[in-house]
Design a protein around this ligand. Structure first.
Ligand SMILES: Cc1cc2nc3c(=O)[nH]c(=O)nc-3n(C[C@H](O)[C@H](O)[C@H](O)COP(=O)(O)OP(=O)(O)OC[C@H]3O[C@@H](n4cnc5c(N)ncnc54)[C@H](O)[C@@H]3O)c2cc1C
Ligand SMILES: NC(=O)c1ccc[n+]([C@@H]2O[C@H](COP(=O)([O-])OP(=O)(O)OC[C@H]3O[C@@H](n4cnc5c(N)ncnc54)[C@H](OP(=O)(O)O)[C@@H]3O)[C@@H](O)[C@H]2O)c1
Length: 251
């Protein structure tokens, strides 16, 4: 049985009706930037397991005083509406161990690192970008964040902070698919790779020779980007068979 660790909500931020972040005060948990924890609340009466848990990526870098999580409120979902209803001082539980392979130590060296996300898949990249690891391993780092509507382009202050600190080494490319938005590309990532607009905006090539791509979020985006990159000779990276693409799907 999981030995859940009790924590307390320190702060809650509702970005929109369906996007929420929680900062959680809990004992330190060892993790590598890019990994995820499990968050849980007591299961409804009559369930076999006493706790209802789901994986969530750390948004904060390791060593930060609070654990932070960014999540989509899935209407009718068993957990997320309850998580979103928590407020400061409320209890929630964390699994005792962090997991996952979407992290810099797991990937090979290249000239450029492309961090490609949809929606809340941005979270683990915000953790990674605030550690020294990507900057020591890659000359250039590109963050791509694709959302349906501009209201979901969140954490602008964190991204601006990275851009200030890493000027010359960092590019941010927002993508909004369902409305025009100043400064953002319009459309979907695979098409923007196909017609060269993504690389043109970033000013960094996305090729087997020069780049490693980390993909996170919507599984359909992850599949379609993998297919687009396969056309450029880029293949999935595995510990036993090095490649160019590392991924995590959220559902
Ligand atoms: C390794 C891993 C890390 C994850 N990290 C995060 C995270 O940091 N933030 C986060 O929001 N979710 C994350 N998820 C998804 C999360 O674990 C839950 O599945 C999600 O929050 C829905 O929980 P629920 O119980 O409310 O609804 P469920 O009944 O579990 O809902 C499932 C359905 O909701 C939709 N859905 C699930 N996750 C998302 C999402 N993120 N965005 C939009 N739609 C979704 C899908 O249609 C899915 O079939 C992660 C999943 C995995 C496997
Ligand atoms: N965002 C909301 O307002 C909202 C509200 C209620 C429920 N939900 C549910 O939440 C889930 C996801 O929410 P989300 O806001 O994170 O949006 P999402 O559906 O994951 O979309 C995020 C971005 O990914 C793009 N995308 C989707 N499929 C793709 C593919 N195959 N290849 C490349 N890009 C792709 C979307 O483009 P397109 O716009 O072209 O699809 C959008 O730009 C869905 O299951 C949805 O039903 C969302």
């Amino acid at each position: 049985m999981t030995a859940w660790i009790e924590g307390r909500v320190a702060a809650r931020r509702a970005w929109t009706d369906t996007l929420c972040s929680l900062e959680v005060e809990a004992p330190a948990l060892d993790f590598v930037a890019g990994q995820f924890a499990r968050l849980a609340l007591p299961a409804p009466p009559g369930e076999k397991d006493p706790m209802l848990g789901r994986p969530y990526s750390f948004v904060n870098p390791p060593g930060a005083p609070l654990h932070e999580f960014y999540f989509n409120v899935v209407p009718g979902g068993p957990l997320t509406p309850r998580l979103a209803a928590l407020g400061p001082g409320d209890a929630l539980w964390l699994g005792p161990r962090a997991n996952g392979f979407l992290s810099i130590p797991e990937i090979p060296v290249a000239d450029a690192l492309w961090l490609i996300s949809t929606g809340t898949g941005l979270g683990p990249f915000l953790s990674i970008l605030r550690t020294p690891d990507p900057w020591e391993k890659f000359g250039r780092v590109v963050l791509v964040h694709a959302v349906r509507h501009a209201s979901a382009l969140n954490y602008a202050d964190v991204i601006a902070g990275v851009a200030r600190e890493r000027a010359g080494a960092f590019s941010f490319v927002p993508v909004v698919s369902r409305e025009p938005h100043p400064g953002a590309l319009t459309g979907r990532i695979p098409a923007l790779i196909g017609d060269g607009r993504l690389e043109a905006r970033a000013g960094v090539p996305l090729t087997a020779d020069n780049a490693h791509a980390m993909l996170c979020g919507n599984p359909a985006m992850v599949d379609d980007v993998q297919a687009a990159l396969a056309g450029r000779g880029m293949k999935r990276h595995r510990r036993k068979e090095p490649g160019h693409i590392t991924l995590e799907t959220y559902w």
